[in-house]
Design a protein around this ligand. Structure first.
Ligand SMILES: C[S@@+](CC[C@H](N)C(=O)[O-])C[C@H]1O[C@@H](n2cnc3c(N)ncnc32)[C@H](O)[C@@H]1O
Length: 279
């Protein structure tokens, strides 16, 4: 079957885009039709299906729920890199870490709990871990944990492996490479276990009604994913983030993702950084 020959009718496109919106919040606009067609046609080929209608029916069957992950992978972007949007890591270094050190000196040491809510292939949560390790300066009794989550099991696996080719390491300094990476196979670099021990990875769909946290969080990074959601989905999500943060906790969004037009209870700190008011 020639991939270009498969037709995606308007009603098939509407069905598939509604399903994607319902299951993962991603809004696919009409002008993306040919892109979606190209990407999903590859899935039809893998599954031996001839029409998008058959694909839609296939994916609706509970027994084929794994295909949903494949579909989301095919239509969404996982682009990320180490220390993307550096200003956020500077903010951690200049405000959040000093505050933690101060609390530690006052005898209020506690584990800093960070959720990296669309962690893709791991560059973002590992950048967070390196930032904490660099700036805690060996403070005794201080600790942190980072949960990296994503809807895509494919990128989560890459994050767990923590193995990166040379071209992915652009944002990492030479000294960070020496401290936090070791040589992997085929010239790749592997995140050391001494860094990995601070991270846990888990599949979480941001559309889920409940998130699996019993204790409140200090920091949530949710960057460069809300841009694909409509305003009402963003509003529901931001409210859930607010519920899961400690008073005084921080929410970081992508630099092009403000909360303009979204009703929320956060205080604005600086572009794309928000704080839950201390009670
Ligand atoms: C563009 S990447 C952003 C990665 C990283 N946060 C950054 O800023 O570099 C977007 C990620 O969001 C994930 N994603 C999309 N929809 C999601 C959902 N409903 N729940 C959780 N993750 C989702 C994708 O799988 C992808 O890995």
């Amino acid at each position: 079957m020639d991939l270009l020959e498969v037709e995606l009718t308007d009603s098939e496109f509407r069905n598939l885009s509604s399903l994607i919106h319902e299951r993962c919040g991603i809004n696919i606009q009409e002008h993306k039709k040919s892109l979606i067609k190209g990407r999903l046609a590859k899935r039809l080929k893998v599954l031996g299906l001839k029409k998008f209608k058959e694909y839609y029916e296939y994916i609706l069957k509970p027994a084929n729920s794994e295909e949903l992950v494949q579909m989301i992978d095919a239509v969404s972007t996982n682009v990320t890199h180490f220390f993307r949007e550096q200003a956020h890591f500077d903010f951690l270094r200049d405000y959040i870490i000093p505050d933690m050190i101060k609390r530690s000196k006052e005898g209020q040491a506690g584990k800093l709990r960070v959720w990296c809510a669309a962690s893709s292939s791991g560059e973002e949560p590992y950048s967070l871990a390196m930032t904490f390790l660099e700036h805690f300066n060996g403070i005794q009794g201080e600790d942190f944990m980072i949960l990296g989550s994503d809807i895509s099991t494919r990128v989560l696996k890459a994050a767990q492996d923590g193995v990166y080719t040379e071209d992915k390491l652009g944002g990492v300094s030479k000294s960070q490479r020496l401290k936090y990476f070791e040589n992997g196979s085929q010239g790749q670099s592997k995140v050391k276990d001494s860094v990995k021990k601070y991270l846990v990875f888990k599949r979480i769909n941001l559309m889920d009604n409940e998130f699996p946290f019993r204790n409140p969080l200090d920091v949530i990074f949710c960057r460069n994913v809300m841009i694909y959601f409509d305003k009402s989905t963003q509003q529901t999500l931001v409210q859930k983030f607010h519920n899961h943060l400690k008073p005084g906790g921080y929410l970081f969004l992508g630099h092009s993702e403000g909360l303009t037009g979204v009703k929320h209870k956060f205080s604005y700190v600086q572009p794309s950084v928000y704080r839950k008011d201390a009670s």
